[in-house]
Write a protein that binds this ligand. Structure first.
Ligand SMILES: Nc1ncnc2c1ncn2[C@@H]1O[C@H](COP(=O)(O)OP(=O)(O)OP(=O)(O)O)[C@@H](O)[C@H]1O
Length: 664
């Protein structure tokens, strides 16, 4: 169990326990969970122009409650007794100043009222509250940018407090002899629960005592237009009750059964918002019927904004499974974890209606559906990438880090996913390059797809390892998502070209011509003396480095560190070193740039009769410099400072008399 879920269920239990007590005493007051308090505070003080969204949220909850009852009634149809037509009814009462939203769905017991309407129900909510805290820190009263946050987050039941200064929830669980209860609150810190037989015979009645500035929500035309805009396609009919007369204002027809030609973008957007509990537009809509070995309909959406729970440790998706229009569960994990940001539903004609949620995991029919849907989503993403690269790039910037998890989790679809992957690269730091683009732009004699890793694109791009690649016009992919470290080690390549880190093994790029070789006089120092220097440096550094050698990957810097062939990437190693039980870090290779003035100068000294103690200091300084370029600090700052002082002193000393041996 993660920390959040642990906390959540603990607080749910406490709330449920105190509610249980509440039943024996007439009205008990309970404190809201701290996080709820924050959300409520936001709702009560909301200066949010779209506050009509509360109605969509309450209708959505009512419809969900009806769908849950429809599911349970398959095993026990007595649950529907006397009232089989599931509906959500909206009832404005101008005299009382109340707006009532009632459903005859599953209902809640007293315990459930306390647990569901006193604590945080959703996994993303914790992240929402954190985002809220950050906003509040920077804004007056926290309501300015908070409004934008409300818009990004499906706000749920608590949104009622945007328009009401008191909310009563009367509810009775479906089933024989269930007691009715009333939950009541002004949204300021506490709520009460008491037994109340005025609760509906089955389901939930939510009575909003509207604030003075929210009385326009009592107008029938206003309600109708909100329902048309936000709730026309919830899969349960909606009725409007004026006085004693009631009429249907939305028919509850399953939108996904309708042909695409009859549906507009607005219809899809509204339905997406209902099913995803979101407020953005879908960035991609996938709607189709599969016919063949089995028949099912699919309506899936890729959001245009990141859901708050995208990196929740549970990695669970929230797609819904229906069987012949009956909602079964949103926990069937229809999508592989790396597509968990996709929202929507599958409606199967062939699964048995009485399938239990437990049996779903083993169902071969469902396995087939899962496979078909994931393939289809990936192929639709691919089509979008071809047809509208900008729209696809937006999806990739939001969900690329999640999709990339598939590169090491889903071997079967790895090539498809590599085709969908986009990267920043040294050829285009802002935009997105595909591997196809990369391969097309490869230089003559280039044999591999090169990448550099770093904590940010800017940091990765500043790496000295890139110099030789830049000088040869070789494009390098910039990998800066934590997930990159994992897939890139396992990827076998793309289009027959292996992936290679620029900071690992032999750079292997000599065969690629320099873009501008006018500055290159072909003089690599004297190869013999650089080799002598390399041998001297290796002898001085001992086991600190595996090897010292001349480099092709450097152009401007004198030195750099690289990992040996087959070892872990140095950045990954450093990242892992912070964790417990990490493997010991392996000794790197120190590479010297034979064209660099400093290396040439030192090579000459190594070959001549110079002061070897000073050259040893310089050797260590070269190593320290390489560490610094690699983003690390010298491991022994005092020794580093000592060497630096001695070398600088020798530089500024007058004539090069035979130098006195330096004292260690
Ligand atoms: N009309 C209702 N009938 C039965 N249960 C309800 C009703 N309204 C709310 N609930 C319960 O209260 C919980 C919290 O509702 P809330 O709207 O805050 O979040 P949510 O509905 O879980 O989130 P989302 O809107 O994203 O599905 C629900 O999950 C549900 O269990």
């Amino acid at each position: 169990m993660t920390e959040t879920t642990e906390k959540k269920s603990a607080s749910r239990k406490t709330a449920a326990k105190s509610a249980g007590k509440g039943k024996s005493k007439p009205a008990t007051s309970h404190a809201f969970e701290a996080e709820v308090g924050k959300i409520l505070d936001l709702m009560v003080h909301a200066v949010y122009s779209d506050r009509e969204v509360f109605l969509r949220e309450l209708i959505s909850n009512g419809a969900d409650a009806c769908e849950k009852l429809r599911y349970e009634s398959r095993r026990d149809d007595s649950l529907l007794a006397g009232d089989p037509d599931l509906t959500v009814t909206i009832h404005p009462d101008k005299d009382a100043g109340t707006l009532t939203i009632e459903d005859n769905g599953i209902g809640m017991t007293g315990e459930e009222l306390a647990a569901n309407l006193g604590t945080i129900a959703r996994s993303g909510t914790q992240a929402f509250v954190e985002a809220l805290d950050n906003e509040a820190a920077g804004t007056e009263g926290g309501s300015g940018d908070a409004a934008a946050l409300i818009g990004r987050f499906g706000i749920g039941f608590y949104s009622a407090f945007m328009v009401a200064d008191r909310v009563d929830v009367l509810s009775r669980r479906a089933g024989k002899d269930q007691a009715g209860n009333r939950w009541s609150s002004d949204g300021r810190g506490t709520f009460g629960i008491e037994p109340d037989e005025l609760a509906p015979a089955r389901g939930t009645r939510i009575v909003l005592h509207l604030k003075d500035d929210a009385k326009d929500f009592l107008e029938a035309h206003r309600i109708e237009s909100i329902v048309r805009a936000h709730s026309a396609h919830v899969p349960v009919p909606i009725r409007l009750k004026e006085g004693e007369v009631s009429r249907e204002i939305a028919d509850g027809g399953a939108l996904w059964l309708k042909p695409k030609s009859e549906l507009s973008d607005e219809d899809y957007t509204e339905f997406y918002r209902h099913i995803a509990g979101a407020w953005d537009e879908p960035a991609l809509t996938v709607h189709y019927a599969a016919e063949g070995r089995q028949t099912y309909r699919v309506l899936m959406f890729v959001p245009s904004e990141k859901p708050f729970d995208m990196f929740d440790p549970s990695r669970k998706g929230r797609t819904r499974l229906y069987v012949r229009r009956v909602f079964i569960t949103d926990d069937a994990e229809l999508m592989p974890a790396y597509l968990r940001f996709v929202r929507g539903l599958v409606d199967s004609d062939d699964l048995p209606l009485n399938i239990s949620r437990e049996m779903l995991q083993e169902s071969p029919l469902l396995t087939q559906i899962r496979k078909g849907v994931a393939n289809r989503i990936l192929s639709e993403l691919g089509k979008l990438a071809d047809k509208d690269p900008d729209a696809y790039a937006k999806i990739w910037s939001n969900f690329g880090p999640v999709l990339k998890e598939g590169l090491y989790e889903d071997m079967e679809r790895r090539d498809t996913l590599l085709g969908l992957a986009r990267f920043h690269s040294t050829a285009d730091m802002e935009g997105w390059r595909s591997l196809k683009d990369y391969v097309a732009a490869m230089r003559e004699n280039q044999t591999a797809i090169y990448y550099v890793t770093g904590e940010s694109p800017a940091q990765a791009a500043a790496s000295p390892h890139l110099e030789g690649f830049r000088a040869r016009g070789i494009e390098v992919l910039v990998l800066s998502d934590p997930v990159d470290h994992f897939w890139v080690r396992m990827a076998t390549g793309f289009d027959g070209k292996p992936f290679r880190s620029v900071s690992q093994g032999d750079a292997d790029i000599e065969a690629v011509a320099l873009l501008d070789d006018s500055g290159d006089d072909g003089d690599d120092g004297s190869p013999a003396s650089v080799a002598t220097l390399a041998a001297f440096v290796k002898q001085t550094l001992g086991d600190t480095v595996k090897e010292v050698r001349t480099s092709t990957r450097l152009a401007e810097s004198p030195v750099c560190l690289v990992a040996t062939e087959g070892a872990l990437d140095r950045r990954l190693e450093r990242m892992l070193a912070k964790q417990e039980g990490a493997p010991e870090r392996s000794a790197p290779v120190l590479e010297l740039n034979p064209r660099h003035a400093l290396i040439r100068h030192l090579a000459a000294q190594a070959a001549g009769q110079s002061d070897k103690a000073l050259l040893a200091d310089a050797s260590w300084l070269l190593y320290d410099e390489a560490c610094i370029l690699d983003g690390e600090t010298p491991s022994d700052p005092a020794a580093f400072a000592g060497r630096l002082t001695r070398v600088l002193l020798a530089q500024s000393a007058p004539a090069p008399e035979p130098a006195a041996p330096t004292q260690e």
